[in-house]
Structure formats: C-alpha cells, structure tokens
Design a protein. Structure first.
Length: 148
C-alpha cells in the first residue's frame, strides 16, 4: 500500500491519541470525515494499522523492575526458542538482532525475584547458550516513530 502525506498525517494523529473520533482527526488533518474513515479502513485492511491500544505507566502498576535480556542461541534453534519465550507475559518485545547476541527481550517484572526466576528459567531451555541481563534504570523515551 502506497501512503501519501494525508495518510501519514492521519497515522501521526492516531499515534498520539487513538481514542479520537474520525471527526476530530479530520479536523486536525484538514480533510473530510469520509476521507479519514476511508483511509483508516484501507490502512487497517492492509495491516498498516494493526490495532489500537492504551499506553500504561507500568511503574504505577507495580512493575518496578524492567530489564533488557540478550540471548545467544545455538544450533540454528533461534526461532524455536523465541517462539517459546514470546509466550511469557512479562516479555514486552522480542527482536532478532545482529552482533554477539541473537535476540533481545524487553521485559517488565514486579520484583527482582520474578526477573531472577525468569532468567533462570530461560537459561534452562535447550539451545540457550547464554543470557546477558541489563536493568533499565530510567525510561527516557518510549514512543512510536512520527511519520514524515
């Protein structure tokens, strides 16, 4: 799907606040409500828009321990290990990467004990050679990319 500047403008408004009505989006983008409706539906159908969500303050919800965990996996079993790890509810993001590690996990836990148990659990998985855990001290920025 080829996106134009109007599509980008609509997406940027949705990224900032996906609860806005089509009327409010149309007003901000300076197009008709019908245009917004048509374009949003087309972007949903093309999977450019994959869903709508709420951004939570995890610290206020008791998830005080956030960590990035790098994995090194052996024998070409990365996808198998990732599939298993991705099902864990404390894993927020999972990326294949290049470099010394094979994958990176972004995780959130209520306590160091939960993090410790999780790391020990994944270290016990067959084909996980090594983990490198880094605690996140402060969240400076965590946003979607603005489209131009």
């Amino acid at each position: 799907m080829e996106l134009d500047t109007t599509d980008h403008a609509i997406l940027n408004v949705l990224v900032k606040n996906s609860r806005l009505s089509f009327r409010e989006i149309a007003k901000q983008v300076h197009v008709s409500v019908a245009t917004v409706l048509h374009r949003v539906r087309a972007m949903e159908k093309a999977y450019v828009i994959q869903g709508y969500t709420t951004r939570l303050n995890y610290e206020l919800l008791g998830y005080d321990v956030q960590a990035i965990i790098e994995l090194r996996v052996s024998n070409g079993k990365l996808l198998e290990v990732e599939k298993r790890i991705s099902k864990h509810p404390n894993v927020c993001a999972l990326y294949d990467i290049t470099g010394d590690s094979d994958a990176i996990l972004v995780t959130k836990f209520k306590s160091r004990r939960e993090l410790d148990a999780f790391v020990k659990k994944i270290q016990s998985y067959e084909f996980v050679e090594r983990t490198y855990t880094k605690l996140i001290l402060n969240l400076i920025k965590e946003d979607q990319v603005e489209l131009f």
